[in-house]
Design a protein around this ligand. Structure first.
Ligand code: SAM
Length: 224
């Protein structure tokens, strides 16, 4: 897929990237091995524990949940887990992976907002490995939407590849070498510490913390 599909037409781009289970798993993680999938999700849980915290009475919402990699391990730990994704194919695949988890709920969204989710109804909103595929404006719109759907005191987490890291820079250079007309619509674009910090502060989050780990920049904040 090249520039024939506009990057910001997320529904068209991501629906066509997830027409088969194998394609969907590869675009979500780069592999199809369910064991590795599970181990990776445990790492994501550790990061959430260290940033937003995970409490048994929390309602969690994931923006861009894919096939429910994280939801599968997170739902049993919380009151409710709501997985939102722009791709109806991802939602269908996630539904199959989450069978037997009665408190996991899936919601197809437009790709630009959390319109089906009521104001002040969620304890934690997080998004992981998604901002790299969005335009900066659409990243920030989701930060604002997180602010809207969170209860006062609710927590937010987001991450992206960090252009200041060696791995982020390598990804940048690899993409730079692709001819401009041939870059895929979903190609990854990095963020930086100042970008994530600006988004969280401009949206009005308090207790904003932005940090890095190899390849990644991540931020968290609390709704006043
Ligand atoms: C690389 S996958 C990551 C999935 C999941 N967060 C995980 O960590 O396993 C990116 C996901 O974001 C979804 N996505 C892409 N653009 C989106 C948008 N504008 N709004 C909501 N979801 C989007 C894709 O359909 C895909 O499921």
């Amino acid at each position: 897929m090249g520039m024939s599909q506009l990057r910001a037409d997320y529904k068209t781009v991501w629906t066509s990237l997830s027409t088969t289970k194998e394609d969907a798993y590869m675009v979500v993680s780069g592999y199809t091995d369910e064991e590795k999938f599970h181990a990776d999700a445990e790492d994501t849980l550790d990061i959430l524990r260290a940033t937003t915290g995970i409490n048994s009475d929390d309602v969690f919402l994931e923006i861009g949940c894919g096939v429910g990699r994280v939801g599968r391990v997170l739902a049993p730990l919380v009151r409710e887990w709501i997985g939102c994704d722009v791709s109806p194919n991802m939602i269908t695949l996630a539904g199959r992976r989450l069978i037997g988890l009665p408190n996991a709920r899936l919601q197809e969204i437009s790709g630009y907002d959390l319109q089906p989710i009521p104001d002040a109804s969620v304890d934690v909103v997080y998004t992981t490995v998604v901002f790299m595929h969005l335009e900066e404006w659409d990243r920030y719109t989701y930060v604002l939407e997180a602010m809207r759907v969170l209860k006062p005191g609710g927590r937010f987490y987001c991450d992206n590849a960090d252009i200041a890291s060696d791995a982020g820079w390598a990804m940048f250079e690899a993409s730079r070498k692709i001819a401009p007309g041939s870059r895929p619509s979903h190609i990854s674009k990095c963020s930086s510490v100042p970008e994530i910090d600006a988004f969280l502060r401009r949206a009005g989050f308090k207790d904003v913390k932005v940090a890095t780990r190899p390849m990644w920049v991540y931020g968290c904040g609390v709704k006043p």
